[in-house]
Ligand binder design. Structure first.
Ligand SMILES: [Zn+2]
Ligand SMILES: [Zn+2]
Length: 267
């Protein structure tokens, strides 16, 4: 399984997952289409190669390339039933609704949705498995639940929100109501909350990769986020996770993992 972030933050989020058998899933498509296309090309993926797009929630930083992508490549675009019912302005681009209670597959890639608290019609994180490896992706997250912690604890690669540094947000220029929204259970996860979530989720110390996502441009800095989250892990006796902050506009690192490859004979 190959995983690469194509952009992360309020300017746009998209993550590509490709199995060893060359099935390709795009999780969110909120990076502006010209940049999305360029960032895909940098890792050798054309929109026509994408087998399906799955959308976490309707905010434009997760959806804005859906229409041009669909116009170019006609791939299935899958969202939650709540999205279909409430984000009616995007209904012409959504082709299928996923079942929030069951996993589904894109070729040999298995996707399990996991509902989270965030101020959209409904927001989902995803556990994605292929080639014996697993990714847990939670980019917009007001607060953790036991389900989120257990999804994160079982994954080899964790893409998780570290939106803001508490002191920077408090000292910043945002109006009080916006600060309250960001901090609330329907808002975003702070660096400290992210570190706490991971420290509780990782019940034993083993190698895994953590990519910090959706960093605020105004209330965070990559080195601050990495320092806070790594510090929380070390304080909990967890020394084998590597923590990296994802870049806002460009591709992040390419993560590759193959433990076993499923032989795809049909489909
Ligand atoms: Zn959002
Ligand atoms: Zn977002």
């Amino acid at each position: 399984m190959l995983v690469c972030s194509l952009g992360s933050g309020s300017s746009g989020n998209a993550t590509v997952v490709r199995s060893a058998a060359n099935r390709t899933l795009l999780i969110d498509c909120g990076v502006q289409y010209p940049r999305l296309r360029k960032n895909l090309a940098r890792i050798g993926v054309h929109p026509n190669d994408i087998d399906a797009v799955v959308i976490s929630h309707e905010h434009s930083d997760h959806t804005q390339a859906a229409r041009p992508l669909r116009a170019v490549a006609r791939m299935p675009i899958v969202a939650s039933p709540e999205f279909v019912a409430e984000a009616t302005w995007l209904n012409d681009v959504v082709t299928d609704a996923f079942d929030p209670d069951h996993a589904w597959t894109v070729g040999d890639i298995t996707v399990t949705p996991c509902r989270v608290s965030h101020d959209a019609a409904a927001t989902y994180g995803f556990v994605v498995e292929a080639d014996g490896c697993s990714l847990a992706l939670f980019t917009d997250l007001g607060g953790a639940s036991d389900t989120v912690r257990s999804a994160v604890g079982g994954a080899d690669l964790i893409v998780i929100e570290a939106n803001y540094d508490g002191a920077m947000l408090d000292a910043g220029s945002y109006p009080w109501f916006l600060k309250a929204r960001i901090k609330g259970r329907g808002g975003h996860l702070s660096n400290a909350d992210c570190g706490d979530l991971l420290a509780r989720a990782f019940t034993h110390d083993r190698p895994r990769d953590v990519w910090l996502a959706h960093l605020s441009a105004n209330n965070n800095a990559p080195e601050t986020a990495v320092r806070t989250v790594s510090g929380a892990l070390r304080a909990a006796g967890l020394f084998h996770a590597t923590v990296t902050a994802l870049p806002r506009y460009t591709n992040g690192p390419i993560w590759q993992c193959v433990r076993h490859q499923q032989l795809t004979l049909f489909g």
